[in-house]
Design a protein around this ligand. Structure first.
Ligand code: ADP
Length: 421
């Protein structure tokens, strides 16, 4: 008689782990363990079967279950394989009397097995493998125990189906990120060369330029730099998504950082007829990646300049907030409608007004800023009204906290298994 309470505990834990990032291996190991506690069996295993490939063991409650799973794989014969092929549960209440799997029967009996109950794992047309329950004494399972095992097999099937879809989506995402990254690399080299030649021409290396030639070359330079900025954003996006965006941590003097951004922006600020002010808490130093933080701040200031009308103001301020430093960029620009603010850090998001007015941009800037700040263990804050916006990077002065130690149980058997979904 299955323990109803134990069964509902297993299902509850199962539902909980589906909402977290618990690895498939750990989820199925827990399931196999739980089955042994809830049902009158000695061990349990899950085998994943990929068509036209050898079945692969996925999880087992103990070494005995692992041996029985491997035996079926090795012999290409057994009740689990039959359940997978037929889509029907296969029950062997007394292995000594069984005639369907002679090779498996002989070896399993010698290893101490007396009864097997296997349930196919499938969701509609998708087939995954089988949930196998083993017992070292003969005898049928009660109808309640069969119903409970069937429920667990059904839940496991839905989980595997979902995990497979997530895995395929991740693979697709990885392939896309890889493609974008490779194309961006290819585009960056010739563009860097173009910019080099533009600089040579501007310096008069090929003869003095007249005013018109200088003006035209200025346009080529600006547009090439814009293109280079977009390529850099795409490269950063793909490294963020591939999880390969790593920080080079040093002590960063925030004042120097702001000055460098101010210098870079100075020509654009003048051209846009704006005023750029800086109000700094002196001597502020934080632990971070200088280049990435500069890139983030530059992005915020470029946006402020882009969305502020001539005659307006942009201000960069720093303020300490406990153990954090708040680095803000305030503008007197167009502002962002309240209903659009929550999408600001989404990849490729641009406000309706930006799109309607054909303001140049990719919608990647804030997405990247948000990731850089998050990698530093910080957070973004936005306040906006029709009179202007303030974007604030709140960064811990001591840098990001170390990641928490993994809490997931690992077992040597499980580690040797390749989880194929
Ligand atoms: P991009 O500027 O390349 O479009 P971002 O991710 O930096 O991409 O910004 C996303 C959108 O957020 C912009 O297109 C714009 O609509 C809005 N936005 C960002 N910063 C500001 C700002 N300071 N003032 C008004 N709108 C802004």
């Amino acid at each position: 008689m299955p323990s109803e309470q134990k069964l509902s505990e297993i299902l509850k834990e199962f539902a909980h782990t589906l909402l977290t990032d618990t690895p498939t291996q750990a989820i199925l190991d827990n399931l196999a363990d739980g089955i042994v506690e809830a049902l009158p069996v000695t061990s349990a295993g899950v085998t994943l079967i990929v068509p036209r490939k050898a079945p692969e063991y996925l999880a087992a409650s103990d070494a005995a279950a692992l041996r029985y799973e491997q035996l079926q794989t090795e012999l290409a014969e057994g009740p689990g394989l039959d359940a997978f092929r037929s889509g029907e549960a296969v029950f062997v209440a007394d292995l000594q009397r069984e005639t369907r799997f002679p090779k498996f029967r002989a070896r399993a009996l010698a290893a101490g097995l007396r009864a097997v109950f296997t349930f196919p794992l499938h969701n509609g047309d998708e087939r995954f493998g089988a949930l196998d329950l083993y017992r070292e004494t003969p005898g049928a399972l009660s109808s309640e125990a069969v119903a409970a095992a069937q429920t667990l097999a059904d839940v496991t099937s839905v989980y595997l189906s979902d995990a497979r879809k997530r895995y395929e989506l991740q693979e697709l995402g990885r392939a896309q990120a890889d493609f974008v990254s490779r194309i961006s690399h290819e585009l960056r080299s010739p563009l860097t060369s173009v910019l080099g030649y533009v600089e040579l021409l501007s310096d008069g290396a090929s003869g003095e330029l007249n005013q018109e030639q200088g003006r035209v070359l200025g346009i080529v330079d600006r547009n090439s730099r814009r293109l280079l900025g977009m390529i850099e954003d795409l490269l950063t996006m793909s490294s963020v998504e591939a999880g390969t965006c790593e920080l080079v941590m040093t002590d960063v003097d925030v004042g120097e950082l702001v000055e460098r951004v101010r210098d870079t922006m100075a020509p654009i600020v003048v051209r846009s007829e704006l005023e750029l002010c800086v109000d700094l808490a002196r001597g502020t130093v934080l632990n971070g990646d200088r280049d990435q933080l500069e890139r983030a701040l530059l992005n915020l200031v470029s946006n402020a300049v882009k969305f502020t009308m001539p005659g307006g103001h942009v201000e960069i301020t720093t303020r300490s907030e406990g153990d954090d430093i708040a680095l803000s960029v305030r503008d007197t620009g167009t502002g962002i409608p309240t209903e659009e603010q929550r999408h600001l850090f989404t990849r490729f998001f641009r406000t309706v007004r930006s799109k309607e007015n054909q303001v140049p941009g990719t919608g990647l800037g804030l997405y990247i800023v948000d990731h850089i700040v998050a990698l530093h263990g910080g957070r973004m804050r936005v306040v906006s009204s029709p009179r202007g916006s303030t974007f604030t990077m709140v960064l811990p002065m001591r840098g990001p906290a170390p990641p928490p130690a993994p809490t997931c149980r690992s077992r040597s058997d499980a580690e040797r298994v390749s989880s194929r979904l």
